[in-house]
Write a protein that binds this ligand. Structure first.
Ligand code: PEP
Ligand code: MN
Length: 361
């Protein structure tokens, strides 16, 4: 109980600020770059914590793998010059020790670390007896259990201030995003860890500057607690992740133009209006379920007919015709093709299961 009412101080208190904004370069490159980024970010008045990668886990060898321990004193300088606490990614026990030796205020586990329980455990072991906030990025692959496992390992090491960073998930093939957001996974993580800080990382989700704002706004609309966005004094010439970084000033503008929404509304009137619309939604959902039930009954009848006449369940032509019809209708009703496809896939599967039961009964 005492813990719950304990007044936090220092960086722990700062982590309770909403929205919490973290920014800074993907990688620390030079002393000058780190200090300039920090002071220009601080000048925007929109940033709470400076981030900088010191050790960079790169997918392929030969890319810039981070400046290493030599960059840690630069972060001390940057904090002194800007007043911003600093956050660094750690992936090994030695990196934890080095970062703490140079007074890094916040540590984070990267996506390539969260995937590996051996690495997470090594970091957790190095954190035993230490008081420092730790942010944990989601693993590269869409596996919530790994993310939760990392939180548990760090918590077991005695770390009290743990936060989550949603940075999207790797998926095969080209998509609009560098890492698919799969928002439902972040929402489920939040549901399972109520009250735990959850921030969004538009930079690593997007992999490019032009769509950062859309993702940042979406995260805020979904009630995320804040954002971590990469910034660089010369984004195009950054040594890592050049395409996704923005200048400190642009970062300030972006944060300034986000519409910050409240999770809940206090006025009675607004509540009543929301309640009315929610009831409408419930009513419509009930009707949709009724209709789906009826649709399955018809499917059962078709199943019986197919059984009697010895016809296969799946008839590809018919299925294509259903989808084409639905796309055309959906276009007019403002329903995306992605949604129509997902919805009809689910309905179709249920229908096939119904028919299967009948045909094999
Ligand atoms: C980073 O924050 O620069 C980074 C390496 O991110 P991630 O672990 O999300 O790939
Ligand atoms: Mn990066």
């Amino acid at each position: 109980m005492e813990q719950a009412i304990e007044q936090k101080t220092g960086v722990e208190a700062l982590l309770q600020k909403r929205p919490l904004i973290i920014s800074g370069p993907c990688s620390a490159e030079t002393e000058e770059q780190v200090i300039q980024t920090a002071t220009r970010l601080a000048a925007t008045g929109k940033v709470d914590i400076l981030r900088a990668g010191i050790w960079k886990p790169r997918t392929r060898p030969g890319s810039f793998e981070g400046i290493g321990t030599k960059g840690l004193p630069w972060l001390q300088q940057a904090r002194k010059a800007s007043g911003l606490p600093v956050a660094v990614e750690v992936a090994t026990g030695k990196q934890v020790e080095d970062a703490l030796h140079f007074d890094v205020d916040v540590l984070w586990l990267g996506a390539r670390t969260t995937v590996n329980p051996f690495s997470v455990q090594e970091v957790a072991d190095a954190l035993k007896g230490v008081k420092v906030p730790v942010l944990i990025k989601n693993p590269i692959n869409p596996d919530l259990e790994l993310w939760i496992g990392a939180v548990e390992r760090v918590a077991k090491a005695g770390i009290e201030d743990i936060g989550l960073i949603h940075r999207g998930f790797s998926s095969y093939g080209n998509t609009e995003y560098r890492n698919a957001p799969m928002w439902h996974l972040a929402i489920e993580m939040k549901r399972r860890n109520p009250g735990m800080l959850l921030i969004n990382d538009p930079s690593h989700i997007c992999g490019r500057r032009d769509i950062l704002m859309d993702v940042a706004q979406k995260a805020i609309d979904l009630d995320f607690d804040g954002l971590i966005i990469e910034s660089h004094i010369d984004p195009d010439n950054a040594w890592s992740d050049a395409k996704q970084q923005v200048t400190p000033e642009r970062l300030g503008e972006m944060i300034g133009s986000i519409i910050w929404r409240k999770e809940d509304i206090s006025s009675e009137e607004l509540h009543a209006a929301m309640e009315k619309m929610r009831q409408q939604i419930n009513q419509l959902d009930d009707e949709l379920l009724q209709l789906l039930g009826q649709r399955m009954k018809v499917a059962d009848k078709i199943g019986q007919y197919k059984k009697d006449n010895n016809i296969t369940i799946l008839q590809t032509n018919r299925w294509n015709a259903i989808l084409d019809r639905a796309f055309a209708k959906g276009d007019k009703l403002g329903l995306s093709r992605e949604f129509i496809t997902k919805y009809f896939d689910a309905v179709h599967m249920e229908s096939i299961n119904h028919q299967n039961k009948i045909m094999n009964s």
